[in-house]
Design a protein around this ligand. Structure first.
Ligand code: PRP
Length: 188
């Protein structure tokens, strides 16, 4: 394929999860999601939390055979310096307000402090969604600042600077097809 390893790849110290391993994780999550919702009479909406979860959401979506709809939200923490406030800023919200008979499945690439999904699930439950579940490819429980456990999880990862398959550093590396650990000299 590549004659030379692309420079972007060389910024990674090592591959934590290969493309093939990601595929196996997504297969398993898809089977779990499918089993959870297959007997539900309600509409299921996958809510993709931009931007990092896009590749994962696309792979998951392709594996589901039940009727599923797609929506997007974009959420960010309220400034790095005010992390303890736990507030989140919604820059792209769901278009629809009528969530009464809807199962929502929030899709994330990674859970870190847990603040984003914790706040978001509270918010959407308050909008009367019938159910709100969360699904993440990666989980870093060692970084947790609030009590939060995702309903579906690909794998737990150690507290390393991971990039790729949607995860970025300064908006780069999202296009890597694997999850890599960034070399410290890149970000320090
Ligand atoms: C990342 C990730 C989650 C959030 C997790 O998003 O995609 O949304 O951080 O962190 P938390 O558990 O501490 O809340 P980020 O803000 O980097 O935006 P991005 O997806 O656009 O890269």
């Amino acid at each position: 394929m590549h004659q030379q390893t692309p420079a972007l790849y060389n910024d990674c110290a090592y591959t934590m999860i290969s493309a093939e391993e990601i595929s196996v994780l997504v297969d398993r999550i898809a089977a779990e999601v499918q089993a959870t919702y297959q007997d539900s009479p309600r509409r299921l909406i996958m809510v993709v939390i931009l931007k990092g979860s896009m590749p994962f959401a696309a792979e998951l979506l392709k594996r589901l055979t039940l009727p599923v709809e797609l929506e997007f939200m974009k959420v960010s923490s309220y400034g790095a310096g005010t992390k303890s406030s736990g507030e989140i800023k919604i820059s792209l919200d769901l278009v629809r307000d009528d969530l009464q008979d809807i199962d929502l499945l929030l899709i994330e690439d990674i859970v870190d402090s847990g603040r984003t999904l914790s706040r978001l699930t509270d918010l959407l439950r308050n909008r009367n969604a019938h159910s709100v579940r969360t699904c993440t490819l990666l989980d870093k429980p060692s970084r947790r600042e609030v009590d939060f456990t995702p309903d579906f999880c690909g794998t737990v990862v150690p507290d390393e600077f991971v990039v790729g398959f949607g995860l970025d550093y300064n908006e780069k590396y999202r296009n890597l097809p694997f999850i890599g650990v960034l070399k410290p000299e890149i970000y320090s």
